[in-house]
Structures are given as structure tokens and as C-alpha cells.
Design a protein around this ligand. Structure first.
Ligand code: NAD
Length: 419
């Protein structure tokens, strides 16, 4: 049985960020005390029949941080480092993210401590179905709607949807988002997070007077978020000089052929061995000479140690929590323009919200409608955050958190305490 530990470096970072926003907002003390911790946290055992006949018991989590604005919403992560503290931090960030972009949704997150790359399709399906069964009474279209995150994809969401539906006795596509389009998914969800990252980069470039067609970029992580971000940046004429995944990093001063990288990754499931460019280390990619840096892998990648060495002008956080507070201060002093995670990667939850709305109405939109509405929300929010940052003389992260936290706090005060 895994240790039950609330605190982790990620959860401490999330709480510290919240406290900074709460202090700046002079937040009601009772509301602040409540928002520091989640509404509910589940730890479940997930017994799974492995291909060799053994039963392996994985540990799964679902943390629901706050649902004052609407049903809980948040991804499911499959990764060896998943723990209660990390999931709690991610759930809290989801609350602020949904609130910041104005969605009628709360914040949650789930996950299983496992390495999905070492599981067969059969094992992955068995584990996913049992995890869904274990959290079944705590999720639902009006309660908590999961989605994909690191290590999960639309196939995993399809199994979640099917398991839930089998228990109910009828199809319930609206219980989960990020599903395949064939079973009630929306156009544009797969690309939504990366596309959203690029929409915010476009506004940041305008704001900073940069011509994207003359810019270069490096992208850490080449999964759902990183791959789409690299492709979309390249389509705007940005020179993508480096990309990385868990297997390694590749760099070329003249720019990499992004479509060839994608084909290589699809075929080999890893970047290692890509025949063009130079191999560099996973750490080096963050410190390369480039205009735009996109961390799109794990948390706490940019720290007090490497922040002084970053050379980018724009840091667009595709990942959740990639930058520590110490690094934030250094980046601010050095004039790096940070597009914080809860803004930069909000495209995923925005289009998940569109998917949920379409499922509830049984009425589906075109890809053009989805992308147009996504861009409108992100552009509007980008300038709300810029204005808050200028008015309050705070960095972009604190400005985004202040907007997100304040909306939740106002709703809590209206609704009052049920006792
Ligand atoms: P994914 O599993 O599809 O891809 C993750 C990628 O990161 C893989 O290419 C993996 O090899 C790589 N990676 C892992 N560790 C690495 C390391 N140390 N160095 C370099 N690369 C590494 O996951 P994803 O869905 O793209 O999620 C990435 C990040 O974006 C996570 O922080 C996640 O929470 C966040 N995010 C995802 C979504 C979404 O819609 N999927 C939405 C918002 C935020």
C-alpha cells in the first residue's frame, strides 16, 4: 500500500501559489482556509489481471478540489510518479483554470501510479475498467467528468465511458471528455491543448512586438500537448529547433522537420534514433537559444537552478506546474514573458467543456465552430490577465491566479456555508 501523504513538492507549490493570490486579494480568511484543501480525495486499490496470470494491485486516486462553480472536471494521469500530493495539486490548478476562463466547472484530477508503456493493451484496459468501477459512485455527468492527461488518451476515455455506461445500462457519453468522435467526442479535442498554447503564444508575440515568422522555439515533451504545439508553431513559420520526449532530445540550429518527427514518433513511439539533427540531453533543451520555450511534460522542470540560464523571450507553459516559485522570480527579473499554465494549456478543458455541452444536447458542432470559440475565450482571457498584471503590478501567473481564485471565492460567499 502506498504511503498516504497529502504533501508533495507539487502540492506545496500549488498551496504557496494560492496563498500569494489570497494575500494579494485580501481573501476572506474562512474562504481561504477552505480552498487550501480539496473537498474530497479518494484512494482506491485497482486489482488488475496481468498477462502472465498474476493480479497486480495498482493504486489509483481521484481528488475533487472544489465544485462551487459547477461539476468537478479534470484529467486522469497514468505515470509512475502519480501520488496523492501531485493529484491534489493538479486538482487545485484545475479549479483556478476553469474559473479563470469562465467555465461553469470545478477542479478535479485523477490518476494511477503505473507505467503505461510497460502495460499491454489488455492490462491497460483491465486496469482502466477496474479504476472506473472503483470511482464510479463519485463521477457522473453532473458530478465529476474525467478527461485525458499524461499517459492516457481517447482509447482510455472510451473504456471509462463504456464501463460507466455498462453499469448504468445505457450509453452515457457525457460522463467523460476527450473521447473518440465516433462515440460522442468533439471535433478538435485531441488538438485543443496544443492549439490553445499556440493561440496564447500568438497573442503574447503581438503583445511583445515579436514577428512569429522570425522566431524559433524549443518544445519539451512530444505527446498530446507538445506534438501539436510543435506542429502548429511550424505551420505559423516558427523555426522549431528542438524537441524532446522521455527517450531523449533532438536539436538543429537550422530547425527540425516537424512532420517527419511526427511520422517517426508515430512509427517508433519515441524520438530516440531520429536520423536528423543532433542528440542533446533532456536538460539542455530548456537552456537553448530560442525565442519561445514550451515545457509540455512534467512539473517543476524550470527551477531556481536553471532559470538563470534560460534564453527564451516567451515561456508558454503547456504542462501543468512546470515552473517553481523561485524560478518565477528569476524569470520576472530577467524579463521573460511567462504565459502561465492555467492560461496557456486551458484549451484542453475549454474544448472538453464544449464536448460535454454537445453530449448533453446531442447536437454537434463543426471543427471551425470549436476552434473559433476556443480562440475567442483564450484571447479574451489573455488580455484580462495582461490587464490584471499591469494594474496590480504582478507577474502573469499571479494575475491569472488572482482572477481564478477571486471568481471561486465570490461564488463561495454567495452560496454560503451549509451546516
Ligand atoms: P502525453 O502523455 O501525451 O505526453 C507526455 C510527453 O512528455 C511524452 O512525449 C513523454 O515522453 C514526455 N516526457 C515525459 N517526461 C519527460 C521528460 N522528463 N523530458 C522530456 N519529455 C518528457 O501527455 P500530455 O497529455 O501531452 O500532457 C503533458 C503535460 O500537459 C502534462 O503536464 C499535462 O498535465 C498537461 N496538460 C495536458 C492536457 C491534455 O489535454 N492532454 C491539458 C492540459 C494540460
Amino acid at each position: 500500500m502506498a504511503t498516504v501523504e497529502w504533501r508533495s513538492p507539487a502540492s506545496e507549490m500549488a498551496v504557496r501559489q494560492f496563498e500569494m493570490a489570497a494575500e494579494k486579494l485580501s481573501l476572506d480568511k474562512n474562504v481561504a482556509a477552505r480552498l487550501r484543501r480539496p473537498d474530497r480525495a479518494l484512494i482506491v486499490s485497482v486489482p488488475t489481471r496481468m498477462d502472465d496470470g498474476r493480479v497486480h494491485v495498482f493504486t489509483g486516486y481521484r481528488v475533487q478540489h472544489n465544485d462551487v462553480l459547477g461539476p468537478f472536471k479534470g484529467g486522469i494521469r497514468y505515470h509512475p510518479d502519480v501520488n496523492l500530493g501531485e493529484v491534489s495539486a493538479l486538482a487545485m490548478w484545475m479549479t483556478w483554470k476553469c474559473s479563470l476562463v469562465g467555465l461553469p466547472l470545478g477542479g478535479a484530477k485523477g490518476g494511477i501510479a503505473c507505467d503505461p508503456s510497460n502495460l499491454s493493451r489488455n492490462e491497460l484496459q483491465g486496469m482502466t475498467r477496474r479504476y472506473t468501477a472503483e470511482i464510479l459512485n463519485f463521477i457522473g455527468p453532473e458530478v465529476d467528468i474525467p478527461a485525458p492527461d499524461m499517459g492516457t488518451n481517447e482509447q482510455v476515455m472510451a473504456w471509462v465511458m463504456d464501463t460507466y455506461s455498462q453499469h448504468k445500462g445505457y450509453a452515457v457519453p457525457e460522463v467523460v471528455t476527450g473521447k473518440p468522435v465516433d462515440i460522442g467526442g468533439t471535433q478538435g479535442r485531441r488538438e485543443a491543448t496544443g492549439r490553445g498554447v499556440v493561440y496564447t503564444i500568438m497573442e503574447a508575440a503581438k503583445h511583445r512586438g515579436l514577428d512569429l515568422a522570425k522566431c524559433s522555439a524549443a518544445v519539451q515533451g512530444f505527446g498530446n500537448v507538445g506534438l501539436v504545439t510543435a506542429r502548429e508553431l511550424a505551420s505559423l513559420g516558427v523555426e522549431v529547433r528542438a524537441v524532446s520526449d522521455r527517450s531523449g532530445a533532438v536539436w538543429s540550429k537550422k530547425g527540425l522537420p516537424v512532420e517527419e518527427l511526427i511520422l517517426y514518433k508515430e512509427k517508433n513511439r519515441r524520438l530516440e534514433g531520429f536520423p536528423q539533427g543532433e542528440k542533446i540531453s533532456g536538460n539542455e533543451i530548456l537552456e537553448l537559444q530560442c525565442d519561445i520555450l514550451v515545457p509540455a511534460a512534467g512539473e517543476m522542470q524550470i527551477t531556481g537552478e536553471n532559470a538563470p540560464k534560460l534564453k527564451c523571450k516567451i515561456l508558454a507553459e503547456g504542462a501543468n506546474g512546470p515552473t517553481t516559485r523561485e524560478a518565477d522570480e528569476i524569470l520576472m527579473d530577467r524579463g521573460v514573458f511567462v504565459i502561465p499554465d492555467i492560461l496557456a494549456n486551458a484549451g484542453g478543458v475549454i474544448v472538453s467543456y464544449f464536448e460535454w455541452v454537445q453530449d448533453l444536447q446531442n447536437f454537434f458542432w463543426t471543427a471551425e465552430e470549436v476552434n473559433k470559440k476556443l480562440r475567442e475565450i483564450l484571447t479574451r482571457t489573455f488580455y484580462e490577465v495582461v490587464n490584471m498584471s499591469q494594474r496590480e503590478k504582478v507577474d502573469m501567473r499571479l494575475a491569472a491566479l488572482m482572477i481564478g481564485v477571486n471568481r471561486v471565492a465570490r461564488a463561495m460567499l454567495w452560496r454560503g456555508l451549509y451546516a
